[in-house]
Design a protein around this ligand. Structure first.
Ligand code: SF4
Ligand code: SF4
Ligand code: SF4
Length: 190
C-alpha cells in the first residue's frame, strides 16, 4: 500500500520561510494579503513555532501530520474529513463539510485553520499540492522550493523512495507519538 509521508530536517532547515510563503501562493492565492486568524499567522498550511532547547531558540515547522489514526477524522460527524485509503493522506471533502469545526478542535497538533470567507477548515495538503502529487507524480510545493533540501515527501512503504532512504540514514522523531495518532511527519534531528 502507498503511505505518503512528509519529512522535515531540522538540522538542514535555514529558516528562510520559502516553504511557508510558497504554500500560501500555491494553495491559498486568495489569502496572500489576509491573515490566518486561527493561528495569528499568514495563511500557510505550515506554522512556525519557536522552541527553546538548552537556552538556544530553535524553530519547529508544523503542519498536518497525515495521521494513520487521525482524531480529526474520528471527530467529524459527516465524513468530510477522511483518510484516502489509496495513499494514506488525510483529506477534506468541502462538499460534505458543515463547518462545525470539530476537526479543528480535535487535532492535537493544531494543524487546521479556518478560512475566513468560506468558514471551512484548511490544512496540508492543499488542492494544488494534491494535484502535483496525485496527477503529476511530483513533490509538493514546500519540498520543491526548499533551497536547503530540508524537506522530502513520498511513500514510506516503498523502501526505494527518497524519503525511505533518508529515514534509514537519519535520526528522527515524530511529534506527540504517545497520543497514538500515528503521525506521518518525520522530524529529522541529525
Ligand atoms: S495532524 Fe491533525 S488534522 Fe492532520 S491528520 Fe492528524 S489530527 Fe488530522
Ligand atoms: S468542520 Fe467539516 S470537516 Fe471538520 S468536523 Fe465539521 S464537518 Fe467535519
Ligand atoms: S504539502 Fe503543500 S499544502 Fe502541505 S505544507 Fe507543503 S506546500 Fe503546504
Amino acid at each position: 500500500m502507498t503511505r505518503y509521508a512528509h519529512l522535515w530536517d531540522a538540522s538542514k532547515c535555514v529558516g528562510c520561510a520559502a516553504c511557508i510563503i510558497e504554500c500560501i501562493s500555491g494553495n491559498h492565492p486568495d489569502m496572500m494579503e489576509s491573515d490566518n486568524k486561527s493561528w495569528n499567522w499568514v495563511a500557510s498550511n505550515i506554522r512556525r513555532i519557536e522552541v527553546e532547547e538548552s537556552f538556544r531558540a530553535r524553530i519547529l515547522l508544523l503542519q498536518c501530520q497525515h495521521c494513520d489514526d487521525p482524531p480529526c477524522v474520528h471527530a467529524c460527524p459527516t465524513g468530510a474529513s477522511y483518510i484516502d485509503r489509496s495513499n494514506g493522506l488525510v483529506k477534506i471533502d468541502p462538499g460534505k463539510c458543515i463547518g462545525c469545526r470539530y476537526c479543528v478542535v480535535a487535532c492535537p497538533y493544531n494543524a487546521r485553520w479556518v478560512h475566513p470567507v468560506t468558514g471551512l477548515p484548511e490544512k496540508c495538503m492543499g488542492e494544488t499540492c494534491l494535484y502535483i502529487v496525485e496527477k503529476l507524480g511530483g513533490k509538493p510545493i514546500c519540498v520543491s522550493v526548499c533551497p536547503a533540501g530540508a524537506r522530502d515527501f513520498g511513500d514510506i512503504d516503498d523502501p526505494s523512495s527518497s524519503i525511505s532512504q533518508r529515514l534509514r540514514r537519519s535520526r528522527f522523531v515524530r511529534l506527540l507519538e504517545y497520543k497514538g495518532t500515528g503521525p506521518k511527519f518525520f522530524v529529522v534531528v541529525g
